[in-house]
Design a binder for this molecule. Structure first.
Ligand SMILES: NC(=O)c1ccc[n+]([C@@H]2O[C@H](COP(=O)([O-])OP(=O)(O)OC[C@H]3O[C@@H](n4cnc5c(N)ncnc54)[C@H](OP(=O)(O)O)[C@@H]3O)[C@@H](O)[C@H]2O)c1
Length: 326
């Protein structure tokens, strides 16, 4: 049986899920010199990583012989499928990795289910959700929060740090990192909603968005996040980093947890209503489905509509703070 407490650093890494986040994260591991085999449901997305030495496999079970397998998929349901499903990592019987590290944003319950399923086969499970979008990954500005058995976390910390060099915080056993990530994304939703609210307030009162956000970004309220979202809000550039659907999923994870542990979250409740209205307002678009695939900052158009405003791009390129020097 695989031994998760073995102190020898693992050498062969497996990766599942090469979406907007997984692709650059796996890329960082490869560029750091690690031996990484990858699987993605849509194989074509994996091809460019071969340039950095990635070996593409045909199915998740082909990664079962790796020492550590890292995952970055959309939801808890997807994680269960790729780890425990009949066509998943452990579906082939035989070999299994010592440790699975999941970086997706999922609920505590789903995480515990995956942990139990993996534990039944002698595989340790580390939760390592991350803070930052795909551009943050490339700019070396991703951070992570980690929970699970201490020994397993210590063994994989170096890999997580290679992807998230801004910092990796260990917060305890089990699913505690999920709590932190859910809380983090609740703040993300509330901050973007309020940032849009005050930007529209300033604009309707006569201040251009670029000028207002320039002031905000240099103020004590400015952050890495407000800065990298500014260009999109100013120029109505909604190139996707994170979809409204994933944002709503995370708000709901926060509100479900609040119900469970009995915490009052009135501002989060109100924010949920605003984000949900975006899905209704999207039906006014020529192609609602395509519109909802755009970045969640498109919420500014929904909120502008509710304030009787028709926005136009200010055509003022603004640095994001995430530019990677060539
Ligand atoms: N985007 C962000 O800014 C951000 C930041 C921090 C955390 N997160 C979290 O990171 C996770 C991934 O987000 P993302 O933005 O990278 O999403 P994404 O671009 O939609 O990528 C999702 C990945 O999961 C795979 N996948 C989904 N369902 C699957 C299934 N049933 N079986 C196998 N593979 C499946 C997709 O495969 P295909 O390529 O075949 O579709 C793709 O590789 C989410 O939990 C999200 O909440 C996102």
């Amino acid at each position: 049986m695989a031994n998760a407490t073995n102190q020898t650093p693992a050498k062969r890494l497996g990766w599942i899920g090469l979406g907007r986040m997984g692709f650059p994260m796996a890329g960082r591991l490869l560029k750091a010199g690690h031996d990484v085999s990858v699987w993605n449901r849509t194989r074509a997305k994996a091809e460019p990583l071969t340039e950095y030495g990635a070996k593409i496999v045909d199915k998740p079970a082909d990664l079962a012989g790796c020492d550590v397998v890292l995952t970055m998929v959309s939801t808890g349901k997807d994680l269960k499928a790729v780890c425990l499903g009949p066509d998943g990592l452990l579906g082939g019987g035989g070999k299994r990795p010592a440790i699975v590290v999941d970086c997706s944003s999922i609920s505590l319950e789903e995480s515990a289910e995956v942990r139990a399923g993996l534990a039944a086969q002698g595989v340790a499970f580390v939760c390592a959700p991350v803070s930052g979008n795909g551009k943050c990954v490339k700019a070396g500005k991703l951070s992570a929060v980690m929970s699970g058995p201490r020994g397993a976390c210590d063994q994989v910390k170096g890999y997580v740090e290679a992807m998230a060099p801004r910092g990796v915080a260990y917060v305890g056993e089990g699913e505690l990192a999920r709590v932190c990530k859910i809380a983090h994304n609740v703040m993300l939703a509330v901050v973007i909603e309020n940032l849009i609210e005050i930007t529209l307030l300033a604009e309707k009162a006569g201040v251009p968005r670029a000028a207002f956000l320039d002031f905000m970004n240099d103020s004590v309220m400015g952050s890495v996040f407000t800065r990298y979202k500014t260009n999109g809000l100013v120029n109505l550039d909604f190139t996707t980093t994170f979809t409204p659907e994933l944002l709503l999923k995370d708000i709901d994870l926060g509100l479900d947890l609040a119900k469970k542990v009995k915490t009052w979250m009135p501002v989060t409740q109100a924010t949920r209503g605003v984000v949900e209205s975006h899905f209704g307002v999207a039906t006014l678009q020529a192609d609602p489905a395509a519109y909802l695939e755009k970045d969640f900052t498109a919420l500014i158009e929904t909120m502008a509509l509710a304030s009787g405003m028709k926005l136009v791009s200010e055509n003022t390129p603004v640095p994001t703070g995430l530019e990677v020097p060539h």
